[in-house]
Design a protein. Structure first.
Length: 270
């Protein structure tokens, strides 16, 4: 591309040539200036057409801002957006959670609770839900349940079946009741582990446990549980000493009925 001094030389030569030929100098100057401006304009336009535009950076998606919500009742916090996923813990009614996403169907919400991420059914939360909440999917599909090696894990209820694990976490300094519930069916085995956080070393606390069954045949619900010696312990309660290394584990299995809903209620004894 010509620079401005080159254009100026071209204009001067044009003027001199016209003068030498007996032309009008003023007209020659005007003509030279006009030609210079025209050439400069054409070169500027050509340079603009050839210039490579600056690459535009793709906008980055802003991270979702957690939205506080509360639970309307005690509810299971699960690893995914259905009851097929394992239970992480039970969140008490009235707890504040941080809402971070929703599933495609809008039926489950991803939340953060005590630095733990999980999913809670939309039926059990209260609060204003933003319209632009990110639509998320669980990190993995529901795990396939593993079978027990024998029927003894279900309290003598026949051959072992798929096992579903549940965890109920208590606080050593909190005597409020916590609960967890689900429905066992077929030859499935449900295993409920009651843990107490806030204990140090070999310290232990006494935990009061109540087990309730929603069935007309409670004797058909077979259980094993530490501290429970009754033959039929549906709709019964007992106590067990729990430490960090010795949680209370309850197994539930059916014997001759199709399904039964169970509920475990526990608290640290005052």
């Amino acid at each position: 591309m010509r620079n401005k001094p080159t254009l100026l030389v071209f204009a001067v030569l044009t003027v001199l040539l016209l003068a030498a030929c007996g032309g009008n100098v003023d007209a020659a100057v005007a003509t030279g200036i006009a030609q210079t401006q025209q050439i400069s304009s054409l070169e500027t336009a050509a340079a603009g057409a050839q210039a490579t535009p600056e690459p535009t950076q793709a906008p980055t998606e802003a991270e979702a801002t957690p939205v506080p919500i509360t639970t309307s009742r005690d509810v299971n916090l699960r690893t995914g957006d259905s009851t097929a996923y394992p239970v992480i813990t039970v969140v008490s009614g009235g707890e504040t959670l941080q809402l971070t996403g929703v599933n495609q169907a809008g039926t489950w919400y991803q939340v953060s609770f005590r630095n733990t991420s999980g999913w809670i059914s939309a039926d059990f939360i209260e609060g204003e839900i933003p319209d632009d909440l990110p639509v998320l999917a669980p990190a993995a599909p529901p795990p396939q349940a593993t079978a027990t090696s024998s029927g003894s894990g279900g309290g003598g209820g026949g051959s072992g079946g798929p096992v579903s694990n549940y965890v109920l976490i208590l606080d050593a300094n909190d005597t409020d009741n916590k609960s967890i519930s689900d429905t066992v069916s077929g030859n499935n085995v449900h295993r409920i582990t009651i843990q107490v956080q806030g204990l140090s070393g070999s310290n232990s606390v006494e935990v009061d446990i109540a087990f309730q069954c929603d069935t007309s045949q409670p004797e058909k619900v077979k259980l094993t549980a530490p501290g429970a010696t009754d033959n039929v312990i549906c709709n019964n309660n007992w106590s067990h000493q729990v430490s960090s290394s010795n949680p209370a584990v309850i197994t539930v299995q059916l014997d001759g009925i199709n399904s039964a809903k169970w509920t475990v209620i526990a608290n640290v004894s005052p």
